[in-house]
Design a protein. Structure first.
Length: 644
């Protein structure tokens, strides 16, 4: 929770007779960094181009066209283009929909009420007072004596005249009135000028934008984007109320939730455009995708289906011949099922990719009948789970070989449309029909984030690796899962539930309207997490390792590793190997790396000569570069080397 001095505020409340509260960004908050983003949200939702600009201009024109201290909503819409006059009622509906109580100020409000203080509410606002009173009541603000709205009473806080009116109405000395609000001028300087006590309460979003490095970086990278405005505001609010001891729930809410919500809204949109009425969410990545999708989906039937990479290997014997993890997976799978293959495998001396490839090809007559049997078994499973009428789409995350779509199309003999976060361009491009959330480009960090394994961790399932399927489609899991898989299965339900809570909050807050979280915004959000880990991240992420191979045998740190001093002393080689593979390093680990690799020299003939001192440091602290020609360069640097 932000360090707002609640006890100090309550102490001042006890000394006052009357407590005056500002409304917007104090008692009530909107899920936008800027109030006018509400107009942009309406513009996008109703497909009413230029509404935001026209709405802002109409308000400016209304203010210039009156001598009154403030204006009303009716006066604003009297100045707006005729094409947008019908949106006045919609604006009220959206304000009612998105405004919610500020829990920190609600606690202070309730404290004042409980202690018998007289309460007034004051706002410089064009919205009708009856409308505002209804929203205050809806959000639990009751028991106040009077509501002052500048557009109706002809007095404003910004000029100070509203405070003069409050003093007269309350019949107490100015110093016995305490005003609380977010505007430094209207809610702090002006009331103090009129003799009132005042407390400046910085707005939630603005506070976290300045004081939370992740949110600050994110806002800097994503200026003027509606989805980014909503996301940053929601996360600022969540930072205000979250419980720090629920790390995995918070991770799910703050990172898995936005990623999965934005991706599945894209899937929904494209499905409607393509006339798709049935979606297959492929395990394991599709588990939380389907859960989140169904928080806003109303008309597309869907199911969670198993189509692991292993099935494509064993049903089609389709493997990359130079990839030992794939060819060995096929051999080991069938060796457990067939005695002949088992005996041949036991005698074989397989070391290189060529050995594995030749073993399969030399014994292909043994593999083909077994593969056909697996194929027929899987075919029965698919036929039970796929609608025969209508159009079907297949949902996965990232693909290069289209393994899930390939096996489903091959077994059922039909063409489907795939949905992917991104497609790695390669030999299969143009063969399959698909839509991708983010198109691959030269900067891979703009597509896959700085650690795609983390994205896979956010979009997975509380299941062990699937080894095969029974005839009824029931998965047969790894009988001896690694410690890493056991940890992931234990943790992931909290992440998934956190993501679901985010989606439910969004639906409740916006009544099902999209919040426009596009791919570039989500990648920027994830990269800010990766770039700025805190102590809790180091602590909890040391538990997580990720398997990147088909057999789930090689596990690497997702971000960080634990290297106690005794481990470094007794196993220095293993310790340094682990540290080098870790993306996040503690100061102790960085020092160890600097000691083990204090200097690097890179020589490229007589043209380039670089001396890098302590290149494993996180930042670059000094560099001296001498460049005589475009080709001739000499450099001495301390810290992370600069790309030249």
């Amino acid at each position: 929770m932000r360090p707002f001095l609640t006890q100090n505020v309550k102490h001042k409340i006890l000394k006052a007779s009357v407590i005056s509260f500002d409304i917007f960004d104090t008692l009530l908050v909107r899920p936008y960094l800027n109030p006018t983003d509400l107009f942009l949200h309406m513009e996008k939702h109703y497909n009413r181009q230029f509404f935001r600009d026209c709405r802002i201009s109409a308000e400016q024109d209304a203010r210039e066209d009156t001598d009154a201290p403030d204006i009303t909503l009716d006066e604003i819409y009297n100045h707006i283009d005729d094409n947008f006059k019908d949106l006045k009622q919609k604006e009220l509906e959206w304000e009612r929909m998105v405004l919610r109580a500020n829990p920190q100020i609600k606690d202070i409000y309730d404290f004042a009420l409980k202690n018998g203080k007289r309460i007034v509410i004051a706002s410089d606002m064009y919205l009708p007072s009856r409308f505002i009173a209804d929203i205050l009541h809806k959000n639990g603000y009751k028991g106040y004596e009077k509501l002052y709205v500048s557009g109706e009473i002809g007095a404003t806080k910004c000029e100070g005249t509203m405070f003069d009116l409050i003093i007269k109405d309350m019949g107490v000395k100015p110093e016995k009135i305490l005003h609380i609000g977010d505007n430094n001028n209207s809610d702090y300087k002006k009331p103090r000028k009129y003799g009132l006590c005042a407390i400046h309460y910085p707005g939630i979003s603005q506070y976290f934008e300045k004081n939370n490095e992740r949110i600050a970086r994110f806002c800097e990278k994503t200026k003027n984007d509606l989805g980014a405005s909503i996301l940053a505001s929601i996360m600022a609010y969540h930072n205000l109320i979250k419980k720090d001891d629920k790390y995995w729930d918070n991770l799910g809410y703050e990172y898995a939730g936005p990623v999965i919500y934005g991706y599945t809204r894209f899937i929904e949109k494209k499905s409607h455009e393509q006339g798709i009425n049935n979606l297959l969410f492929v395990a394991r990545d599709g588990y939380t995708l389907e859960r989140v999708f169904n928080t806003f989906n109303n008309d597309i039937t869907n199911s969670y289906i198993y189509a692991p990479r292993l099935l494509n290997l064993i049903c089609r014997l389709d493997y990359a011949r130079k990839d030992i993890s794939q060819s060995s997976a096929i051999i080991e799978y069938f060796a457990k099922k067939d005695r002949k293959i088992f005996d041949l495998y036991k005698k074989a001396n397989l070391k290189t990719w060529r050995n594995y490839h030749e073993f399969i090809q030399n014994n292909i007559n043994l593999f083909i009948p077994l593969a056909k049997k697996e194929y027929l078994q899987y075919q029965k499973y698919l036929q039970k789970n796929i609608k025969k009428d209508g159009n079907t789409g297949i949902v996965d995350t990232i693909t290069a070989r289209f393994s899930s779509q390939k096996i489903i199309e091959f077994v059922l003999g039909d063409k489907y449309i795939g949905f992917y976060w991104a497609v790695l361009k390669g030999a299969y491009e143009g063969i399959f029909k698909y839509h991708e959330f983010i198109k691959e480009n030269k900067n891979t960090n703009d597509v896959f984030t700085k650690n795609w394994n983390f994205m896979e961790f956010l979009m997975t399932a509380p299941e062990y690796p699937i080894k095969q399927l029974k005839t009824d489609g029931t998965p047969i899991y790894d009988e001896s899962p690694s410690e890493s898989e056991q940890t992931r299965k234990q943790i992931y339900p909290y992440i998934s539930d956190g993501a679901l809570d985010f989606a439910k909050d969004i639906y409740k807050m916006f009544n099902g309207a999209d919040i426009y979280l596009n791919g570039s915004i989500l990648v920027a959000w994830i990269n800010c997490f990766i770039d700025v880990p805190d102590k809790n991240d180091y602590k909890y992420m040391t538990k997580i390792q990720h398997a990147g191979d088909s057999n789930h045998k090689e596990y690497l740190p997702l971000f960080s590793v634990s290297t106690p001093l005794y481990f470094v002393i007794f196993h220095p080689v293993r310790a340094m190997k682990q540290i080098r593979k870790a993306m996040w390093r503690t100061r102790f680990q960085t020092i160890l790396l600097c000691i083990s690799s204090p200097i690097k020299i890179r020589i490229h003939g007589l043209q380039k000569f670089r001396v890098l001192l302590f290149p494993k440091l996180k930042y670059r602290y000094f560099d001296l570069i001498l460049r005589f020609t475009k080709k001739h360069l000499y450099e001495i640097s301390v810290g992370k080397p600069k790309e030249l």
